[in-house]
Design a protein around this ligand. Sequence first.
Ligand code: NAD
Ligand code: MG
Length: 387
Amino acid sequence: MKHLSILGATGSIGSNTLKIVEMFPEMFSVVCMTARSNIDLFSEQIKKFCPEIAVVFNENYADALKKLIGRNSKTKIMWGQSGYIEAATCDKTDMVVSAMVGSAGLVPTVEAIKAKKNIALANKETLVMAGSIVMDLVKENGVDIFPVDSEHSAIFQCISGHNFSEISKILLTASGGPFFDLPVDEFLNIKPEDALAHPTWEMGKKISIDSATMMNKGLEVIEAKHLFDVHQDFIEVVVHPESIVHSMVAYKDGAVIAQLGIPDMKTAIAYAMSYPDRLALNQPVPDFAELGSLNFKKPDHNKFKCLALAYKACDLGGSMPAVLNAANEASVSAFLNNKLAFTDIPVVNELTMNKHKIISNPCLEDIIEADSEGRKQAEKIIESLEK
Ligand code: NAD
Ligand code: MG
């Protein structure tokens, strides 16, 4: 039996993780789960999975949640950062599923690693913000990080059983999002509801917008760089609108190994939860004859400036990726609240990066400070653009 702490249980990844737990009750149990504020769904999940600890964002949500789950519940309700850390480091936990969205995932994930928990990592922001620090901690504490992001799970599967030094290139696939073929002069009219309608994946709001700007792929390049310890120039983004090939690895003899499957996160989540075993998820195999063809294209870095910014942040290194991530969280949130045009997301991100004085070898505190400063700077820029 593997005991799980699920950080971000009410989200898209969290809910899919719970579906897998439900399918394999003899293999997994949930000891801790966390959410931010969706207490209606969270209370239902708590009633179903009976964790020992459940954590929400603040005291008000905690009080409301206590009322919803009732006096007889054995689950201890906690709130705030200390609660999230308690859930991430709980003695009974074997594996932490890190599936909060955004920079909020960083500290609980770091604390989980320090407490020697294996990690199923969905929260790519952890590696974007503090990749070197996190991977050093992983080595120091002798834990494993299993990727949940579908592309990184694919790469992980394509390198397994091979000599890593024989790899010539990592081919990171991208759906291209809903606007890949839209002429750039029509980008100005894009509304949040258009950007949220992802053609192939069902995901949370923030990552859906990141997919539409292709920032998500940029963040994934940085994630892959740290996870697999390769230089960013080794990673090529290939647009593949069908989202059937989840990524590929090329070897020095010209062989290319790919991992394929329908676009459903459960396969990648389950593999991270049960590695090296595979779970009988009964996922349909893609109907290749029906599909007929799979398409591949080059991304346009001028049209999707966020992708170019991610490579730039990666080249600059140090605290810059954390600042790009902070700026992007602020600009995406402003866009979702109809306070910023879609086309201004990369503008805010770039201007924020330009204002940042890089710290070359940051410690975790420097990263947290850079995140907070980057966010404030981005919010100032957003305000000035609003006027
Ligand atoms: P989501 O928005 O659906 O869910 C996010 C979860 O985090 C929710 O449970 C929410 O309550 C919690 N949360 C949000 N803000 C919080 C805060 N400030 N403090 C504590 N908890 C907070 O997001 P998602 O789509 O499930 O994505 C989660 C992570 O997984 C992201 O880092 C994303 O990039 C990554 N990811 C998601 C997918 C996908 O298919 N959804 C695929 C690959 C990677
Ligand atoms: Mg992905």
